[in-house]
Design a binder for this molecule. Structure first.
Ligand code: GDP
Ligand code: MG
Length: 446
């Protein structure tokens, strides 16, 4: 998973300052040295790091922090807000043309993930937003490119517009848009050709296409694994073509994540989506604030809830959200969540989104297997109603009884209680976030 190193490093730094009742300028200075190092190690652009450190330092030694009652936490809040800002602040919306269809050009280097992402985006548009996209095969240079898009179209059961590889991409785009109008498609996604490097012929062709197709969005698809190079590519595409958004792919891979943090700052264009895998459902709208939370170990409950909404009914999800906000999340809720969570995907990925979970020692390296989850479930089931509501009453003899009843050990009971406690603490921190920023569950980008 991307950002792992950065996340670990930053969390280590933050934990030193978190509980401090008094924070001095020297404390902030020392912390910022570490933050700077963490960002550079994550391959964030040097200039971007410099600006970031400057902004945070200024705010962190300011009145709002030093004079507050919980200065340590205040500093962390500043870091989180600035990190969010760095990644684009507000979540940005995808364009909707006043007269359909909305035309989107997908551009980028070869192998960045344009064709795959075209399929994923079409899938997302249909599944979550009830749209009817037309896919357009305008990469006539790579022998298998048309076929690749057609295959994706088949998998999705969606139409793909193609005129073979003997018609110019500009003409293909033009005819595709006409066809989309006739057949009432509301989105046209044009998959274009990429080269290994930026070259003039390619750019000229894209510019011509832009003139003819008049796209509402030009999405630059960038491979997050390419690090600093991604920033240069983004910059030069932007200068020549005027991109309107970036889609970062392969964030599921072993990238340090620096590109994600730099691109927005350098090009001033928002990251709109991130690719998290090869499958057709592995594309997520990019939420700067949630990503900042995830990096700082505050969890990403909203994404988790969205995932849950797909599997659980909406009422339940709302209830859970409410409970987390008001910190009345009980062991019973936890138990129910575990049951739901099993339906959502790989457990370790899901658990990492819960606040506090990635702070639990060893979790990152741990293969969470189903058996272990079953033991946790057994422990909670062996508690009385009262114990589940108020775990603080669980004393030594109760622990023994619970361990016996669940076929586990007192140590395991202890561990679970401790983990739950930490989770709740983190949830409490989350609830201190400004309220307005947490909205937008249903249609996050439209
Ligand atoms: P294009 O040349 O820009 O059209 O790139 P493709 O769409 O053909 O993708 C190149 C490779 O990257 C393919 O093997 C894709 O499966 C893979 N790929 C694309 N997006 C992602 C992603 O988000 N995660 C992972 N792991 N692989 C991806
Ligand atoms: Mg392609």
């Amino acid at each position: 998973m991307a950002f792992e190193g950065l996340s670990e490093h930053l969390q280590r730094v933050m934990s030193k300052i978190r509980g401090k009742g008094k924070v001095t300028e020297a404390d902030v200075k020392e912390m910022m040295r570490e933050v700077r190092l963490a960002l550079l190690e994550a391959d964030v652009n040097f200039k971007v790091v410099k600006d970031f450190v400057k902004r945070v330092s200024e705010r962190a030694v300011g009145q709002e922090v030093l004079k507050s009652l919980t200065p340590g936490q205040q500093v962390i809040k500043v870091v989180k807000e600035e990190l969010t800002e760095l990644m684009g602040g507000e979540q940005s919306k995808i364009a909707v043309a006043s007269r359909p269809p909305t035309v989107i050009m997908m551009v980028g280097l070869q192998g960045a993930g344009k064709t795959t992402t075209t399929g994923k985006l079409a899938n997302l548009l249909r599944k979550r937003y009830n749209r009817k996209p037309l896919l357009v095969a305008a990469d006539i240079y790579r022998p298998a490119a048309i076929k690749q898009l057609e295959t994706l179209g088949k998998q999705l059961n969606m139409p793909v517009f193609s005129l073979g590889d003997q018609v110019s991409p500009v003409e293909i785009a033009k005819q595709a848009i006409e066809k989309a109008k006739e057949e009432h498609h509301d989105y046209v996604l044009i998959d274009t050709a990429g080269r290994l490097h930026i070259d003039e012929a390619l750019m000229d062709e894209l510019k011509q296409m832009k003139e003819v197709a008049k796209p509402d969005e030009i999405f630059l698809v960038v491979d997050a694994m390419t690090g600093q190079d991604a920033v240069n590519v983004a910059q030069s595409f932007h200068e020549q073509l005027g991109i309107t958004g970036v889609i970062l792919t392969k964030l599921d891979g072993d990238t340090r994540g620096g590109a994600a943090l730099s691109i927005r700052a350098v090009t001033n264009t928002p990251i709109k989506f991130v690719g998290m895998g090869e499958k057709l459902d592995a594309l997520e709208p990019f939420h700067p604030e949630r990503m900042a939370s995830r990096i700082l170990g505050m969890g990403d409950v909203l994404t988790l809830i969205e995932k849950a909404q797909a599997a659980v009914d909406e009422e339940k999800a709302k209830e859970l959200e409410q409970k987390i906000r008001t910190a009345t999340f009980t062991l019973d809720d936890f138990l129910e969540q575990l049951g739901q969570v099993r339906k959502l995907g790989p457990l370790d990925e899901i658990l990492k989104m819960l606040p506090g979970f990635n702070k639990i020692k060893g979790l990152n390296n741990l293969q969470i297997d189903e058996k272990q989850i079953s033991r946790v479930e057994a422990i909670i089931r062996s508690m009385t109603k009262e114990e589940k509501m108020h775990p603080e009453i669980i004393n030594g003899s109760r622990k023994k009884r619970i361990a016996k009843g669940s076929g586990t050990s007192v140590q395991e009971v202890n561990r679970l209680l401790k983990q739950f406690d930490e989770m709740k603490k983190m949830m409490k921190m989350m609830t201190n976030m400004p309220k307005g920023k947490k909205r937008g569950l249903k249609f996050p980008f439209m």
